[in-house]
Structures are given as structure tokens and as C-alpha cells.
Design a protein around this ligand. Structure first.
Ligand SMILES: [Zn+2]
Length: 300
């Protein structure tokens, strides 16, 4: 019988790096360790290298969910956004380990986990919208993750507004990401309260206290999430959409589903909250790494 594979999984984001050991079935086999993301490439490499060297002898591969777009062969980053250290996309991840190192974009990895084990497990056509500092998308069509020609597909950078109102992290104006992310909710809070010190946390605090100003800010923001949702559902005709991220807890999922289905041209779509929580990206990266090893037994 073949031995059950184990992965050292990472979730590398702009503020935190999380790491754990995960089985090929996606079970956590140890605690999750979290670190502040170092500000330099050298710092990131050093941290990864030291964690990998501690665990290398008891794992089969390193599975990394990362900010930035990831190549078709899952070996390198094609481009990364402004919140990672400059030059991050040039990192040679394979040089950090003697075991195979397999990468996937964090939203794609979380989407794959929700598709395999979470809220999307009954569907073959699934859209996952990860709402965090930015907005990440994962698109699964007929059981396959949409990667595009290079691997960079499913970025939430398409305009949902016009008039050069908000500059997005990608450099363009008025993208979905800059209206439907946590960052967007903070911008909404600053302008609605007329106070630059306000952010998304103040809105959530107000929502919890049933404050009507906070509820209105949150509802307007939720309508922006909805604005992109229509288009995405019309484009991809998924059976279900899974919303992922800490703000989703406060969203009115039934309303989003009802409003979406009033407008879309496709047959009705189901909308769910994600089920796997904060470790979804690491779990998804491990499931993807397990598949890569099955496809390429001599992976290197
Ligand atoms: Zn953008």
C-alpha cells in the first residue's frame, strides 16, 4: 500500500505567513504557526528556509499558497501585488528545499479546498470569492481550476465603476477589488464618517451594535460585492458561489442569493459561506500538491 503523503504547507500573505503539516486528504497533522511577513525578500527566504529545514525529513513536498499569480507549472510567481516585498515574484522557491516545492495562488488554493472538502463539494462549476485585504477569485469549471494561458487567470481586476474614482492596487481605477474588499470597506468608512482614522473594524463594531450609520455603510459595500457577483455569474454560469473571508460572517447571504438570481441570465445560482476557515488556502495547496505528485511521480 502506498504511504499517505504529508506536506509542509504555507500560506504567504502580505501581513502573515502561516505554516502547518497537512496530509494528502487535507487534514491538519499539527499546529498552525503564524509569523509576521518579513519586509524583505531575504527575510522571507530565511524564514521559509529555516521552517523547511526543521520539517524536511518528514514531508513529501512543500505546498505553498501565496499572494500573487502563479505559473501554469506551479513553480513560480508570475506577478505579485504591492503589499509583498519588491522582487517577491523572482523568488526561486525550489531552491529552498530538496523536496518538490509546489505553488498556487492563495485564492485559487482556498477555492480548491472549498471545492474538494468544503461548501462547494457537491458542485463541479464553482466560483469562490475571497474577501480580505483584496479580493481573490477562484474559478472551477467542470471540476478544473481555471488557470488561463499563463496561470494568472481569475484576478478581480475589472472595473465596476467609472470616473477614475478609486485607484486600485493594480494601478488601474475602479476595479471590483477596490470596491468589494476589506480595504474598500475601510475607504467607505473614512468617507462616510468624514474621519480618516475610521476603518472596516469600526463599521463591523457598529453593525454588531445595530448602529444605523454603520449598517448603511456595510449595506452599500455589500451592494458593491453584489455588483461584481452578477457579472461573474453571467460569465461563468456556476452552480454555486462560495464567499470566503472574515467579513462574510456579517453579510446577508440569503439577500445576496435572492438579488443575484433576480438579475442574472443564467439559471439560479446557490450562494454559500465558506466552510473551511482560515486554513483553507494551506489545505487547498496541499491537495493540489498531492495531485501534482500523482501526475509527476518524479517531480523536481
Ligand atoms: Zn485593480
Amino acid at each position: 500500500m502506498q504511504k499517505n503523503k504529508k506536506f509542509l504547507a504555507f500560506d504567504i500573505g502580505g501581513t502573515k505567513i502561516a505554516c502547518s503539516i497537512i496530509s494528502e486528504q487535507g487534514e491538519l497533522l499539527g499546529p498552525v504557526h503564524k509569523f509576521d511577513t518579513p519586509k524583505t525578500i531575504e527575510g522571507i527566504n530565511q524564514l521559509l528556509k529555516s521552517l523547511i529545514s526543521q520539517h524536511e525529513n518528514r514531508i513529501d513536498a512543500v505546498a505553498i499558497a501565496t499572494a500573487g499569480t502563479v505559473s501554469q507549472d506551479r513553480k513560480q510567481i508570475i506577478s505579485s501585488v504591492g503589499n509583498m516585498a519588491a522582487g517577491y515574484h523572482e523568488t526561486n522557491f525550489q531552491s529552498l528545499s530538496n523536496k518538490p516545492v509546489i505553488l498556487e495562488n492563495d485564492a485559487n488554493a482556498a477555492a480548491w479546498a472549498e471545492y474538494k472538502l468544503g461548501a462547494g463539494k457537491h458542485y463541479k462549476n464553482l466560483l469562490v470569492i475571497a474577501i480580505g485585504t483584496g479580493v481573490g477569485l477562484g474559478i472551477i469549471i467542470e471540476g478544473k481550476l481555471l488557470k488561463g494561458k499563463s496561470g494568472a487567470a481569475a484576478e478581480a481586476h475589472f472595473p465596476i465603476n467609472h470616473g477614475h474614482i478609486r485607484r486600485c492596487t493594480c494601478g488601474a481605477y475602479d476595479c471590483y477589488e477596490i470596491y468589494a474588499s476589506g480595504t474598500a470597506l475601510s475607504l467607505d468608512a473614512k468617507s462616510a464618517y468624514g474621519d480618516d482614522s475610521k476603518n472596516s473594524h469600526d463599521v463591523i463594531k457598529g453593525v454588531k451594535q445595530h448602529n444605523h450609520v454603520a449598517i448603511e455603510i456595510f449595506d452599500n459595500w455589500q451592494n458593491n460585492v453584489l455588483a461584481g457577483l452578477y457579472g461573474l455569474v453571467n460569465l461563468f454560469d456556476p452552480e454555486a458561489v462560495v464567499l470566503f473571508g472574515s467579513l462574510v460572517e456579517f453579510m446577508d447571504i440569503e439577500k445576496l442569493e435572492r438579488e443575484t438570481n433576480k438579475i442574472v441570465l443564467t439559471p439560479p445560482v446557490k450562494i454559500y459561506r465558506a466552510e473551511l476557515g482560515n486554513n483553507a488556502a494551506m489545505i487547498g495547496a496541499s491537495l493540489i500538491a498531492a495531485e501534482e505528485l500523482r501526475k509527476h511521480p518524479h517531480y523536481a
